[in-house]
Ligand binder design. Structure first.
Ligand code: UDP
Length: 375
């Protein structure tokens, strides 16, 4: 059986490897000149710092099997994401925790006092928050929402937080302790040699052929029994039901001697600062020493035709607003194509969920093959 995987990010790489181990012949194509998709990392020519070329990726999961899977391919170094944010000239700790609350309100509250204090600010008339704004007003109240979320979210998504789903904010914890770990997950870390090396290793198998600088076109489907497509679902159907909205990112790279901001991620909450955050990449590999430093200023905007799509934009009112449902219906009619990953399924996916989905898809596929059923 011959399989084509479109895209060489984690989704296709994991599926390709699982199927290759099962004896299938797999061709993986990618339009870019490297594997790993937006997780791509590479050492900077000038400073030798490991760069997260398409923005920071920190691995975090509660899924033990996924964690073990990743650890099969790479040595993971301990890494806790501790994010700071600048608002009106002061630096605060994220996610919102006891330090943020005490600093912002100039208090010295204990955990219990802070809980009561924030509850007194929360809009308790909102029962089940539907939008990002309602979620924030309900759980942290107006002042913290307006300081840390309103401007940043408007810059990140290009629309008012009242139009976005509550699920986007639910990604972030609010803590009444001094724990400033950005994630709640049990397993967290950073691969010592970056993500691209992991994907290269996953794809390094005698049954897998990788073709870079190769864009997908429908005529390629001919020679294959099945396709796993991880490109944008609307592009596959030539945008015939309209374009799905994506945010893209522009990075302005700068190199300095010594240190720049002294931490990996500094968010900028003020609406009048055009970038959302500055990342200082040597701090993603804190076990390394470098005399120079590389920073990326990150700007978010609506993706145009030839831009790299990053974030699928979902609205609070539901997906009837977008052609997504039509594409999903069309996708169901394509029995020889499986749409996978962030762009193929148009979901805001973290790496661990991407890998979980890919492992499950591969398992299901192998079972169908073993049972002599159609994929
Ligand atoms: N967010 C915010 N202020 C911040 C950080 C995040 O308002 O300082 C909002 C923003 O809308 C973002 C969402 O919270 O899209 C989720 O944040 P997360 O850090 O998970 O976003 P990521 O950059 O990982 O996609």
């Amino acid at each position: 059986m011959n399989i084509l995987c479109v895209g060489a990010g984690f989704s296709c790489a994991v599926i390709a490897r699982e199927l290759a181990e099962h004896g299938l012949k797999v061709t993986v194509i990618d339009s870019r000149n490297h594997v790993a998709g937006n997780c791509h990392t590479k050492r900077d020519d000038d400073t030798n710092i490991m760069l997260h070329v398409y923005g920071p990726h920190i691995f975090h999961t509660n899924d033990q099997e996924v964690w073990e899977y990743m650890n099969n391919w790479a040595e993971f170094m301990p890494y806790i994401n501790r994010v700071k944010t600048t608002y009106k000239g002061s630096v605060y700790s994220l996610p919102i925790n006891l330090h943020t609350i005490n600093q912002f309100f100039e208090q010295a509250l204990s955990p219990n006092q802070a809980r009561v204090y924030i509850e007194s600010k929360a809009d308790m008339s909102i029962n089940i928050p539907q939008t990002f704004e309602e979620q924030a007003m309900r759980f942290v109240g107006k002042e913290l929402y307006e300081a840390f979320f309103k401007g940043y979210t408007q810059k990140q998504w290009g629309v008012a937080p009242s139009m976005l789903p509550a699920s986007i904010l639910k990604r972030l914890p609010v803590r009444f302790t001094y724990d400033d770990n950005y994630f709640n997950h049990k397993y967290q870390g950073m691969p010592k040699n970056g993500y691209t090396e992991i994907v290269e290793k996953i794809l390094n198998h005698k049954n897998i052929k990788v073709k870079l600088n190769t864009s997908f076109n429908k005529s390629m489907q001919e020679g294959f029994d099945h396709i796993f497509y991880s490109g944008p679902i609307d592009e596959y159907f030539n945008f015939k039901c309209g374009r799905l909205g994506y945010r893209t990112l522009d990075f302005k790279k700068e190199v300095f001697e010594g240190e720049y901001q002294g931490t990996a991620v500094m968010n900028y909450a003020d609406i009048d600062i055009p970038y959302t955050r500055i990342t200082e990449h040597k701090y993603f590999s804190p076990w390394e020493e470098h005399n120079k430093t590389v920073v990326y200023k990150e700007y978010s905007r609506q993706a145009e035709c030839n831009d790299i799509p990053y974030y699928p934009i979902r609205f609070a009112e539901g997906d009837s607003l977008t052609p997504l449902m039509k594409y999903r219906t069309l996708a169901n009619t394509q029995s020889s194509v499986s749409f996978i990953g962030r762009l193929g399924t148009y979901r805001y996916l973290d790496m661990d969920v991407t890998i979980r989905d890919a492992l499950d898809t591969a398992k299901k596929t192998i079972k169908l093959i073993n049972d002599n059923k159609q994929l």
